[in-house]
Design a protein around this ligand. Structure first.
Ligand SMILES: Cc1cc2nc3c(=O)[nH]c(=O)nc-3n(C[C@H](O)[C@H](O)[C@H](O)COP(=O)(O)OP(=O)(O)OC[C@H]3O[C@@H](n4cnc5c(N)ncnc54)[C@H](O)[C@@H]3O)c2cc1C
Length: 481
């Protein structure tokens, strides 16, 4: 049976044309409107939602936040139920096509795409089922923004939030989900308690650290390779009402990282990040520390900045939600510009961090930095999920160059992708790893190196849960058997 799915003439292209079958001989999908639909092609079982092939849906599913890679699926599923996900994954196994769940499509290098296959749009599975005293049960397509709003209304919060809240729960649990509170609580994957998943062979299963723990460990940070997350139970903690934000400025990189190490070690901030800001006179170095609190209890500013020795200090208070959601509007505006985003995110061991970042900055022009450059440390011990691959050191720095190419042009994109690859190689040589949400050209051999001693575990999980390699081809981790 052919795995090549062509968009043939019988895809009539009517708006939201529903797909009824896959024609293995013609290697294409058959729509309701097609006269060629015949009894001898495998029919798509009845769905609660819809499987569509219209141009708008397919084009959207062939794009993402990076606008760098465009692999067109031939159909998009808008599931009406978890059963639809099971149905399509089983059907994909039967007719030998590939499937990717797409959350908000905010990865930058085609990770959520499925060229020639089916993209499942998780936005139609977005119910918050339950908010309890210490946990929430949500569909994978729920945006963290909606969950955060709903939990804050009950005095609760997810312990770790990404800087931007417009990401899906399933999407960040597939990659990790890191933020300023990770220095205390690890990643979002470390705060997932239970999952409901559809494995690559189309089996709906529950898993947790005690029920099917191998599946649970494989899916969290598993880059969508072993199962599709359809529902998650995530940890909640009491929410404070207010964020006091300390922006502390330093004249150079060593003084910034020294202050970050001090603050990380004593855990004084609820949230710890940092930014490298390009300016007219070179780089500015900023520590961003936040203390969550509820007045009348307020942080002691002198104690919070003691020993950190900034050359300038800015202190401000924001309501907790306003703080968490601080970049949402900016990101929505940027999205409208559709700028190419060749992002690179690497984790570097503490022992190599200053030298590596210094080296990167020496060649990084403000134009190539483009958007935001983040640099912050976390404690390795807080990160518990085996497939989130991190350097071997007690302290790890995340360097994230979140660039946007403006004005868009192919030449800069090509050059910056090559730069990303070179920076990745240098990070790897220094004992670093990459955080796989960016745009680094990688081969399956690179992924083997990435997983290192865990690679046999990764191969076994793939063979066990997705033996026909149906899921998430856009990550490019495995060659098809
Ligand atoms: C503006 C912006 C800010 C960001 N800030 C942060 C940050 O602070 N911290 C951080 O950690 N990350 C951050 N990210 C990166 C982000 O976490 C990842 O790109 C994440 O994968 C995006 O979620 P998504 O819902 O858009 O997933 P998608 O891009 O749609 O999918 C990503 C991968 O996960 C798979 N996937 C999606 N849903 C599921 C599911 N339900 N089950 C199984 N696999 C699935 C996809 O197939 C794909 O392989 C940011 C991204 C953007 C654009």
């Amino acid at each position: 049976m052919s795995s090549r799915v062509g968009r043939r003439a019988f895809l009539t292209g009517t708006a939201a044309a529903a797909v009824v079958a896959f024609d293995p001989l013609g290697a294409g999908w058959v729509t309701e409107a097609s006269a060629e639909a015949s009894a001898d092609v495998p029919r798509v079982p009845n769905l609660d939602g819809e499987l569509v092939v219209d141009e708008e849906s397919v084009t959207e599913a062939a794009d993402d936040y990076g606008h760098l890679v465009h692999r067109r699926p031939v159909a998009v599923l808008r599931p009406g139920s978890v059963r639809d996900v099971v149905t399509i994954v089983r059907y994909a196994n039967a007719v030998d096509v590939r499937v990717a769940m797409r959350g908000q499509g905010h990865s930058t290098f085609g990770q959520a795409q499925a060229g020639g296959g089916v993209v499942i749009d998780s936005r139609t599975l977005a119910t918050i089922h339950e908010i309890g005293a210490d946990r929430a049960v949500v569909d994978a397509g729920v945006q963290w923004l909606d969950l955060v709003q709903a939990t804050i209304a009950q005095g609760l919060t997810p312990p770790v939030n990404t800087d931007y809240l417009g990401l899906s729960v399933g999407g960040t649990l597939s990659v990790g989900g890191i933020g300023g509170a990770s220095s205390h609580h690890g990643m979002q994957v470390d705060n997932a308690l239970e999952l409901e998943v559809v494995t690559g062979d189309g089996t709906l299963l529950r898993c947790s650290s005690t029920v099917r723990p191998t599946l649970f460990r494989s899916v969290l940070g598993g880059l969508g390779q072993y199962a599709i997350i359809v529902r998650a139970t995530v940890r909640l903690t009491p929410a404070e009402t207010t964020a006091r934000v300390y922006n502390l400025f330093y004249p150079d990189l060593p003084s910034l990282t020294a202050a970050q190490r001090t603050a990380l070690a004593d855990g004084r901030f609820s949230y710890l990040e940092g930014q490298l800001i390009p300016g007219a006179d070179g780089w500015q170095y900023m520590l961003e520390g936040v203390v969550y609190h509820t007045p009348p209890t307020v942080p002691d500013d002198a104690a919070m900045t003691a020993g950190l020795n900034p050359v300038a200090t800015e202190i401000s208070d924001l309501p907790y939600f306003a703080w968490l959601n601080r970049i949402y509007d900016l990101v929505e505006q940027l999205k409208g510009l559709r700028l190419p985003g060749p992002w690179i995110n690497v984790f570097v061991p503490d022992r190599a961090a200053d030298a590596y970042v210094q080296d990167v900055l020496a060649d990084l022009s403000p134009a190539d930095a483009g958007g935001v450059v983040l640099l912050y440390p976390v404690l390795r011990a807080r990160f518990t999920r085996p497939l989130v691959t991190l350097p071997d050191d007690d302290v790890i720095f995340l360097l994230a160059i979140l660039r946007a190419v403006n004005p868009p042009n192919e030449q800069d994109v090509t050059r910056l992708l090559a730069t990303n690859r070179a920076l990745y190689d240098k990070a790897r040589a220094a004992g670093g790893t990459h955080y796989p949400v960016g745009a680094i050209p990688l081969t399956p051999a690179d992924w083997k190196t990435h997983y290192g001693p865990r690679y046999p575990q990764v191969i076994l999980a793939k063979a066990t849960y997705d033996p026909r390699h149906v899921l998430a081809p856009g990550q490019g981790i495995f060659r098809r058997p």
